[in-house]
Design a protein around this ligand. Sequence first.
Ligand SMILES: Cc1cc2nc3c(=O)[nH]c(=O)nc-3n(C[C@H](O)[C@H](O)[C@H](O)COP(=O)(O)O)c2cc1C
Length: 296
Amino acid sequence: MILNASGCLDALTAPAVARSLDAFVTKTVTPLPREGNAPPRIAEVEQGMLNSIGLANPGIDRFLSQTLPRLGELGVPVWVSVGGFTVADYADLCDRLDDRPEVEAIELNVSCPNVDDVPGSVGEIVAAARAATRKPLYTKLSPATADIAEVALAAQRAGTDGLSLVNTILGLALDNHTLKPRLSRGAGGLSGAALKPIALAAVYACYAATGLPIVGMGGIASGRDAIEIVAAGAASVALGTILFSDPDAPGRIRAELASEMAALAVGEADNVIGLAHAKTTAASETAAAAAALSVQ
Ligand SMILES: Cc1cc2nc3c(=O)[nH]c(=O)nc-3n(C[C@H](O)[C@H](O)[C@H](O)COP(=O)(O)O)c2cc1C
């Protein structure tokens, strides 16, 4: 399954791109409207991009009355990403989404690097959200933590149905001439190619620890990247930064992924999930089969 990463696609301005996905994930919605941080809030850097958008969004009231009905008409399953500043915020947001038929799943963004307020522990947030909704819950974690598998286990114990891995990690870029930060806020969230090995490590560790379904993201830009994050343990893949330069990436990556799987002769996509954890890899099995044929 291919999704977009939250905040990286506006389905209402690019409906064709949204329809090329298996599910559309909204930008994180907060209890109140937010302007976000002052510009400049995007900077291209080597191997990726920095952003300090700061969760700019219309707030839950306007989202429910104006945005969600229009998203529901797109014909694509909608996942709503929610973010708050207290445990109660998350519970309220989930409660208000619970009876909305347009919503297939809720992603709990407990990991935005661009807001200062620190919400409660992940376990408390997930438990409160779980009590507030019957919708499937995916908890989106930050890779900037000493032991992400521990956090994932806390989310699992509190009742999350899946994990979204990973959010961005703080980075800083300085202006060539002034040597001042290029983003008005100073540091921002680093995404894109530089995040890929970090995302792979997070997915690998959390799959081994929890066995939960994982939406893997972080620098996925090709079918090869996609098959690697699935092998690390992701059941689905989300595309973020790549969508800014290549809106056709969902179709392209789907086709490339099919070629990668055919080349490795692994059969259906489900066979690849977690393959990096297996004692023998598909590649070694293929090589072993080829060697066996050549001696016969
Ligand atoms: C411009 C921009 C805005 C983002 N906004 C959000 C957001 O609102 N909520 C969220 O959970 N993640 C947000 N993210 C993080 C992405 O969803 C994703 O986790 C991250 O970019 C890693 O994937 P990528 O390397 O493919 O971009 C944002 C990322 C970017 C680049």
